[in-house]
Each structure stands twice: as C-alpha cells, then as structure tokens.
Design a protein around this ligand. Structure first.
Ligand code: ZN
Length: 239
C-alpha cells in the first residue's frame, strides 16, 4: 500500500505548466523541455501567491489595455483562477495584489494612497512591459532577495564576479553597462539577477555600434556589482 499522501491524493486543481518569455516554468524556474523540479507547484498541486504573481507576469500581454498600460488586476485574477479555480480566485488574487503593492511601495517608492488597489492600478497604467513584469517577479521573491538593480541604472560588473550562461562561465573582465533588462532569478538560482545592458566606455558614453552584454550576478554565484550612476569616473583605468 502506498502511504505517501502526496502520491495518492490528486491536487484539487490541475493547471498546465506555464513557461514565461525566458522559457522558465513560473512555478519552479525549470527550463522549457526539462522536467519540473519535485517541489514545483505544478507537480505538487500546492500553488502559492508567488506563482500567481509570476503567472500574471508571464501572461501580461493578454491584459494590455487599449490605449495605455495594463489591467494588472485582471492579470492577477486570471492567474489565480487558472491555478486555484474560480472559488478561490478572488481571495488569492487579492493576496497577490497586496504583495505587489508592498513591493511597489518599498522598492519603487509608490505611495499606497488612497488605496492599495488604486496604487497598483495607477502604477500599471503608466508601466511599460519590462517595468510591470519585473514588479510582478520582484513581488514574488521572498523578502531580502529582491535586487536593487533597475532598468536605466549604470552599473559596473567587476572582473571575476559575474557569470554567463548555463555553465556559469566566469566573466573575467570588468565592464560597465546601462541596464536595459534586469530580472531576479527564482527557483534553483534564487537570489541571482540576470542583467543585460548597453556597454559603456570608460567615460560613461555609448560606443558607436552600441554593443550589449549580459551577466548573471549575485546569489550563490557570489557576484558583485556597483552602481555607476553617481561615479562614472570609477571605470577610468579599467581595461
Ligand atoms: Zn515547474
């Protein structure tokens, strides 16, 4: 007889695995084409608010307003409904909206007046796809893991402290970028941030052909980065 309840009781609600634009499962961060990790909510059937937020981020395009911004409440509700079913959708999407609001207040300086719902709605109206997606993914991270790096920041990635690609190949040369993409990694490599940006010259300008470079920094990779915004001279003398 099988005494493992996880193996015998079917989850209350089955949802098909959703992969985001990076080809990662919104539940566990596993890659498209690979089996999900054992703890993945899509395998256990026990979903959480973090998965609601990431699923809403992955399906954001379905909730684009005609005219301006996103219907983020609609995205959260649809995600909660897909994962938890209609009876729990409202309650679960309200929880997700509160996490998103807390993230926006602490990381993006958004005022929560006159109400959480209104603050989130207002932010979503003015956000572009990258901002809205990174807010939803950032809100899904456990406290203390969210990164301070934002699109538009100028950062230096120091030699030996950034990694690249699936094999964590170390980046040996120091370089500076203006960030055009920043996303916190969840799942296996939680705490890391994938960034990409336009390479800057020593004086903080763009090169003629505007080459871009990416790196994975922070978390267990032990990467370090430093803000360049206020001190472009920091790069002077670097290769
Ligand atoms: Zn998964």
């Amino acid at each position: 007889m099988n005494t493992n309840p996880a193996a015998t009781s079917a989850p209350a609600h089955r949802a098909p695995v959703c992969y985001d634009a990076s080809g990662e499962c919104v539940g566990c961060g596993g890659s498209f084409g690979q089996p999900c990790e054992r703890h993945c909510p899509y395998r256990t059937g026990r979903f959480d608010t973090a998965t609601v937020l990431r699923l809403a981020g992955a399906r954001l395009d379905n909730h684009r307003n005609t005219g301006i911004g996103f219907d983020v409440w609609g995205a959260l509700y649809a995600a909660a409904r897909a994962l938890f079913g209609p009876s729990e959708a409202r309650h679960q999407s309200t929880d997700a909206q509160h996490l998103l609001a807390a993230h926006l207040a602490t990381r993006c300086g958004v005022s929560l007046e006159p109400s959480v719902a209104m603050a989130v709605h207002r932010y979503a109206l003015l956000a572009d796809t990258e901002e809205m997606t990174s807010a939803l993914y950032g809100a899904a991270l456990p406290p203390g893991q969210a990164s301070d790096i934002r699109v538009g920041h100028r950062i230096t990635i120091h030699g030996g402290q950034g990694a690249r690609g699936a094999r964590d190949e170390l980046l040996t040369r120091t370089f500076a970028i203006e960030v055009t993409y920043a996303r916190a990694v969840f799942g296996r490599a939680a705490g890391r941030v994938d960034v990409c940006g336009i390479v800057l010259t020593n004086s903080g300008g763009f090169r003629k052909d505007c080459p871009s470079r990416g790196a994975s920094i922070g978390g267990e990779a032990g990467g370090e980065w430093s803000a360049l915004r206020s001190a472009p001279a920091e790069l002077a003398g670097q290769p």
